[in-house]
Design a binder for this molecule. Structure first.
Ligand code: IPE
Ligand code: IPE
Ligand code: MG
Ligand code: MG
Length: 359
């Protein structure tokens, strides 16, 4: 199991699988391998990562305060509390803090950068609440999803409320570029979710949708952190955007392949080809479709015949759709030309190193 996932161990440790998920899907369990192209973690980078993770925990507490003010123990607070009680991996605020650290020449994130980190997690959380509604998913982070616990109507409002609170905080930065960047990320995300509903089976459309749905938020928030750094330059902001985009692309591809490879218990959300079962075509299926006309035909009829789902699962396994998704160098949106073991996160990590030396 997981033997074909080729995220190298160093990158897995750094970004994709931070503490809570590592406990469920450890780097060893996912078959993460050391790729020769990856920079091994140094004691300094490990120390920095734990420092940033500690700061991220503080941000999560601040987020809770903003979303569940004691003065208003109402239905909204109840829903917010329910969602926050099952914490996520906090990858997005971690990235914002990392970019802030690098662009501030080693100084910790300033208040406005911290706000971007909180806002990013709020937008992400709102998108998950709405995503579970769209997907009809009952499980999130190992607990009942907001929609299953409180119903559809209230879940729409809970997500909207989070976006509202995030917008208030964003306005507090008083920085039009930051407000615009994060607003663009929200509208990209919505468009990406919508694109997914009309997926045709085209790989380039899948990548475009993956950018909008997931990578845009990481890209814009990383850029906003850079923009807010003292002496920020357009080149630094562009490098930060590229870093966030690359990590975001890789992150969603890994999520899409884990849907085939992991279990509900490991991921804390429905897995076991849950995407395919509800008609969403992701990397593993799209790659398999390239070489399997029978699968293309089954997808064209929306897996409506008895046996179509099994045919699709068998085709994905035969064509190694999961392995191909794991090997996709998502940061360049191009097929690998060299080693099939290239890790999709190594380039982001290298970009980060470059960003660090540029500043
Ligand atoms: C889930 O994101 C949705 C994707 C974009 C893949 P995360 O895996 O970051 O979710 P949490 O916040 O850790 O639960
Ligand atoms: C959701 O993608 C990404 C969002 C922008 C909400 P997924 O549908 O793959 O996320 P999970 O797997 O439900 O967490
Ligand atoms: Mg989903
Ligand atoms: Mg998913």
């Amino acid at each position: 199991m997981y033997s074909r996932l080729r995220v190298c161990a160093a990158c897995a440790r750094r970004f994709c699988f931070s503490a809570p998920v590592r406990a469920r899907v450890s780097a060893t369990a996912i078959g993460a391998q050391d790729a020769s192209s990856s920079t091994p973690p140094t004691p300094e980078s490990e120390r920095l990562l734990s420092e940033l993770q500690a700061q991220t925990a503080t941000l999560a507490a601040d987020m809770r305060t903003h979303l569940t003010p004691d003065s208003a123990p109402d239905k909204l607070s109840l829903m917010m509390r329910h969602h926050l009680d099952a914490p996520g991996k906090l990858v997005r605020p971690l990235l914002v803090l990392l970019v802030s650290h690098v662009c501030n020449a080693g100084l910790p994130a300033c208040q406005r950068q911290r706000t971007v980190a909180i806002v990013t997690e709020m937008i992400h959380s709102a998108s998950l609440i709405h995503d579970d509604l769209i997907d009809g998913s009952d499980l999130r982070r190992g607990a009942a999803s907001v929609q299953s616990r409180f119903g559809h109507r209230d879940a729409v409002l809970a997500g909207d409320h989070m976006i509202g609170v995030a917008s208030q905080l964003l306005a507090g930065t008083g920085h039009p570029l930051v407000v615009r960047g994060m607003a663009t990320a929200i509208s990209d995300l919505v468009r990406g979710e919508l694109d997914q509903l009309g997926e045709t089976g085209d790989l380039s459309r899948y990548l475009a949708r993956t950018y909008r749905k997931t990578a845009a938020l990481l890209a814009h928030s990383a850029k906003c952190a850079a923009v807010l750094a003292p002496g920020s330059s357009p080149a630094t902001a562009a490098a930060a955007f590229e870093l966030g985009r690359s990590i975001g692309m890789a992150f969603q591809l890994v999520d899409d392949l884990l849907d085939f490879e992991a279990s509900d218990v490991q991921l804390g959300k429905p897995a076991g080809a849950a995407d395919l079962r509800r008609g969403v075509l992701t990397g593993p299926v799209l790659f398999a479709m390239q070489t399997c006309p029978q699968l293309r035909a089954a997808v064209a009829r929306r897996l409506s015949r008895p046996g179509d789902l099994q045919l699709a699962l068998d085709s994905v396994a035969r064509a190694d759709g999961v392995g191909q998704t794991g090997c996709w160098p998502s940061c360049t949106a191009a097929r690998p030309t060299g080693s099939s073991a290239s890790c999709p996160l190594c380039r982001p990590v290298r970009l980060c190193t470059r960003l660090s030396t540029d500043c």
